[in-house]
Write a protein of this length. Structure first.
Length: 371
């Protein structure tokens, strides 16, 4: 843990004294002390403050990622800090510090979850660059499954898949995706496989307000589709991907002109707003058997019941397989309910969606292989 506030460092240490699966191996008050301790202690995950004397956290992280790439969770008390700038610098996650002592336990519980997920995915950072700080090589990856996740490259559709997807899009087909923990990278992998003539795509990723807009802007730069944060009343058309706004439920609707979305605030459903269950349930009602749904990595069960509704309406449904999930929670719950026609590794989901849009599916396909 690197933070110039001694009080904050000691508070975190106390909170994590009995935390399962986590050991605080060292603390530092600034970047220079941190560099020495990282070399000595070789931690799996770094918790790094943004505002520090001598060198701020973002500058230190940018240097660290070229010399000793490792998962880093950046924390700050300033709400004006851009999450996008922090993520672009190489951070695995970004969190606002608690405003009072009563919020510290909840903050630490979430931090612990993020640290465990980051540790499982640490090879993503270790393999991005070959050398370690002062010649020290980073520790080996935690597990083979996380190595697979880190290197996931989408299988790009063939030309026939793309033309088929385009044709289906004219007939009112829709694609719905849902994800939570580990989903930002997983969704990018899937959406990058979609061509610019793809039928409309609607997405819920569990994420706070403001951050969903930055995430949509990031995907818009890296994907062939036009990606934007949902606004109430947005009309859907080929080549457009809508990301549910943080704090607003996303629902698919249909009228005489075609599909559009409702984006409205509301109570949490399945523990979340936006909720994947809300989205998938609305897709089941509005699109029926002209939809494909995919549930990706995430903690909990949000989306499982909604995907089952889609499946029961004749939609083709896919779950991410256990081996490529950061957290095999949401896909597992969907699979247990019988909501998934099949399970696929992350890098194949995008191309499989395009293939299904091209060749279609039968009743046998819907209730067939669940691998």
């Amino acid at each position: 843990m690197v933070d110039d506030s001694k009080l904050f460092r000691e508070s975190l240490k106390k909170q994590f004294e009995n935390a399962p699966g986590i050991e605080i191996v060292g603390t530092a008050a600034d970047a220079f002390e941190a560099k020495e301790k990282i070399t000595e202690l070789k931690p799996d995950v770094l918790v790094l403050d943004v505002e520090m004397p001598k060198m701020n956290g973002v500058e230190f992280l940018e240097q660290l990622m070229t010399q000793y790439p490792m998962p880093c969770i950046m924390v700050t008390s300033r709400e004006t800090v851009s999450e996008l700038a922090v993520i672009n610098a190489g951070a695995a996650a970004f969190m606002l510090k608690p405003k009072s002592n009563k919020d510290m336990t909840a903050f630490c519980n979430l931090l612990a979850t993020k640290a465990i997920v980051a540790s499982a995915n640490k090879d993503k950072y270790a393999k991005r660059h070959g050398s370690g700080i002062d010649g020290v090589t980073p520790a080996a990856p935690a597990a083979a499954s996380s190595q697979h996740i880190a290197k996931a490259v989408p299988e790009l559709p063939t030309s026939s898949d793309i033309s088929g997807a385009s044709a289906k899009g004219k007939d009112g087909y829709i694609v719905a995706l849902g994800a939570s923990t580990g989903g930002t990278d997983a969704l990018e992998c899937v959406i990058k496989a979609f061509p610019d003539n793809m039928p409309p795509v609607v997405v819920v990723q569990h994420m706070p307000p403001v951050f969903t807009k930055m995430y949509a802007e990031r995907l818009n730069k890296s994907c062939a589709m036009t990606v934007k944060e949902a606004e109430d009343g947005d009309r859907l058309k080929n080549g457009v991907c809508i990301i549910g706004a943080g704090g607003y439920h996303l629902e698919l609707k249909k009228d005489s002109k075609g599909y559009y979305v409702k984006s409205t605030p509301g109570e949490k459903v399945s523990g979340h707003c936006p909720s994947v269950d809300v989205l998938f349930s609305s897709v089941a009602e509005a699109a029926g058997n002209k939809a494909i749904g995919a549930i990706l990595t995430g903690m909990g069960a949000d989306g499982a019941k909604g995907l089952l509704k889609m499946h029961n309406k004749g939609a083709y449904t896919i779950g991410q397989n256990k081996e490529t999930c950061v957290v095999y929670g949401m896909p597992m719950e969907a699979y247990k309910l019988g909501a998934c026609a099949e399970q696929q590794p992350l890098e194949k989901i995008g191309s499989e969606i395009c293939r299904r849009l091209s060749v279609g599916w039968t009743e046998k396909d819907l209730n067939g292989k669940k691998r």
